[in-house]
Write a protein that binds this ligand. Structure first.
Ligand SMILES: Nc1ncnc2c1ncn2[C@@H]1O[C@H](COP(=O)(O)OP(=O)(O)O)[C@@H](O)[C@H]1O
Ligand SMILES: [Mg+2]
Length: 240
């Protein structure tokens, strides 16, 4: 795949402890500008924890994180949003009493200092094709629409790096294709991504660059085709 080879994110030796338990035990991952990196691994392998640490929800306990040429180690999430890192949640978290438009407006106002917020909101909603539902109360959205709203709120903060956590889980085949297409359109606007997904098929539809984690550590980095031939990768995916 074609992408600018300039490094946008470089994570080395990342450690995150919960009490005495190391959920991340020296993880490395890097992402180039406009690249999609798939992140796979069994449940509990540390994928969401990695997203939470990179996005500043959790503070790391060791290692280094560089973004756009400088250290962002231990930066809080609001600062990271302004630097150009945002994420979606495995379980979508819209403010359910607010409308779709109001949710995206909050993100646009809070997360992005550039441009006209009204245009930012409109563009984000058009991008995920939720503009026709802009006045609907978020609580009434389907699960798939809530995931799209999560993408729209992230987009409204104008990220350079978008961290997408298990967006395909619980969606129909048709919804899944639509989400994959939407992520590819987002990438085409110059946004790099880490896409966390348990199932390699979804990752395969987005990128050939995949990292596989197991037990808080890197197990593999390479193409999906190589992953499918890799004995330990096959073992952690099938041997559970
Ligand atoms: N806030 C937390 N407190 C304690 N343990 C946690 C917390 N978050 C995650 N963990 C543990 O860290 C490990 C990795 O979890 P997680 O990152 O959610 O895995 P994945 O997203 O790959 O399924 C699991 O053993 C999980 O129980
Ligand atoms: Mg997870």
């Amino acid at each position: 795949m074609s992408h600018n080879s300039k490094k946008l994110l470089r994570v080395e030796g990342l450690v995150k402890k919960f009490g005495g338990f190391k959920a991340l035990n020296g993880v490395n991952i890097d992402v180039c500008q406009e690249q999609i990196v798939g992140l796979a691994g069994p449940n509990g392998s540390g994928k969401t924890t990695l997203i939470n640490v990179i996005s500043g929800v959790y503070r790391p306990d060791g290692g280094s994180i560089e973004f756009d040429g400088g250290s962002i180690y231990k930066f809080p999430s609001h600062k990271l949003v302004h630097k150009g890192i945002n994420r979606t949640f495995q379980v979508p978290k819209p403010l359910s009493a607010l409308t779709v438009w109001e949710n995206v407006r909050l993100a646009a106002v809070y997360g992005s200092s550039e441009g006209n917020p009204l245009e930012t909101i409109r563009d984000a909603l058009e991008f995920v094709e939720l503009d026709n539902l802009k006045d609907s109360i978020s609580a009434g959205l389907t699960f798939a629409q809530q995931k799209l709203l999560g993408l729209a709120t992230a987009l409204a903060t104008k990220p350079k790096l978008l961290l997408v956590d298990e967006i395909a889980a619980g969606l129909s085949h048709q919804e899944l294709n639509w989400i994959a297409e939407t992520l590819l359109r987002i990438r085409a606007t110059g946004v790099a991504m880490i896409v966390v997904e348990h199932h390699l098929g979804f990752i395969d539809s987005l990128t050939s660059d995949v990292v596989v984690m197991n037990a808080g550590a890197n197990l593999f980095r390479g193409s999906i085709q190589e992953a499918a031939q890799h004995e330990e990768v096959v073992e952690v995916f099938l041997g559970r």
